[in-house]
Design a binder for this molecule. Structure first.
Ligand code: AVJ
Length: 321
């Protein structure tokens, strides 16, 4: 039975995410401990996020999909025919299908995502569902910037950036990313973006600290990932999920809070936690339509049209350069 050289086939976990160890050690060494939110989305984290999207308290995903559904024609008209669509963080491209069904003689679709297997599987599925569509999957971390294939370097491009993922970024970094997107769109291009609207704190906190505790599992899963991949010894029973709303920054802040004074090791590094000490794991910024419009204007975008739901929970906006 030839097992082949599994070593060469299966990268070690470390090789899969080379920056993970360095980022974790650096983040836990800070006076105010933090871990980058992108590390929440390992296989288990992505499954838990899919479960979060089904929770009654977590309205963003279903609200954005219904806005897209209700306004598909108007949105398709704004994007225009013969469009080249680049989607940031495409995942399983479910919302995109709403668009693709309303864009006739679409030029090309370039889904961009950091997890390559998931992206390739989705691209294959889309090729069979949309035979006439030219699909170019791009494996990239869009926050780190990436180039489009040469053939699209000069064509007007519409970037589709759903899910309020822009909300993960501090405002100055959000403007930087929007400026990168503006460069990619070229003149004549556009941006279709979804973002969560600011609202009463109770509704927001409930969406990030659900009664069933799925968001708590999603957050604490990062400690299990550190234990597994970086030889950590976090005792998850001694840490708690915390979600608070910051009026000052109009954002949800998600933390992992130590329940006692304790020492944790990650490989040969050692970190002390005092009772109540927190690790920041994610920001989710909430905007008014005016705030978002002026933030995007700093990156050179002008709003064409904005669609919301009847409870004003979420917004989808089309902007042009
Ligand atoms: C995927 C970043 C848009 O900010 O609402 C959901 C992530 N975190 N519940 C969000 C998230 C906890 C989500 N984004």
């Amino acid at each position: 039975l030839d097992l082949g050289n599994t070593e060469s086939q299966s990268q070690t976990l470390e090789e899969q995410t080379p920056g993970f160890r360095d980022d974790v050690i650096r983040g836990l060494s800070k006076r105010e401990k933090e871990l980058h939110c992108k590390y929440l989305y390992d296989e288990k984290g992505s499954q838990l996020f899919d479960q979060i999207c089904e929770l009654p308290e977590y309205y963003p995903t279903r609200t954005e999909a219904s806005i897209m559904q209700q306004n598909a024609d108007a949105i398709g008209h704004r994007i225009g025919n013969d469009a080249v669509l680049v989607e940031y963080g495409s995942g399983s491209s479910t919302k995109t299908r709403l668009l693709l069904d309303h864009l006739d003689d679409q030029r090309a679709y370039l889904p961009v995502d950091i997890s390559d297997e998931h992206l390739m599987r989705t691209a294959d599925q889309l090729r069979s569902d949309y035979p006439g569509l030219d699909i170019h999957p791009i494996v990239a971390d869009f926050t780190a910037g990436f180039d489009l294939p040469d053939e699209f370097e000069t064509t007007p491009v519409t970037v589709y950036f759903p899910g309020s993922t822009i909300g993960n970024l501090r405002t100055d970094l959000a403007v930087d990313l929007l400026s990168e997107i503006a460069k990619q769109c070229h003149s004549g291009g556009g941006l279709l973006i979804g973002f969560d609207l600011d609202k009463c704190p109770d509704r927001l906190v409930a969406a990030y600290d659900d009664a069933a505790g799925v968001t708590a599992k999603f957050n604490l899963n990062l400690l299990s990932r550190i234990n597994r991949e970086l030889d950590g010894d976090f005792d998850l029973d001694q840490f708690k999920h915390v979600a608070i709303y910051s009026e000052e920054h109009s954002r949800i802040e998600i933390y992992i809070e130590s329940q006692t004074d304790q020492i944790v090791t990650v490989g040969d590094a050692e970190f002390s936690f005092s009772e109540g000490e927190r690790i920041l794991t994610e920001h989710s910024h909430k905007y008014s339509i005016d705030q978002f419009e002026s933030m995007a204007a700093q990156a050179g975008f002008a709003m064409d049209e904005c669609w919301t739901d009847d409870e004003n929970l979420f917004a989808v906006m089309h902007l042009s350069l």
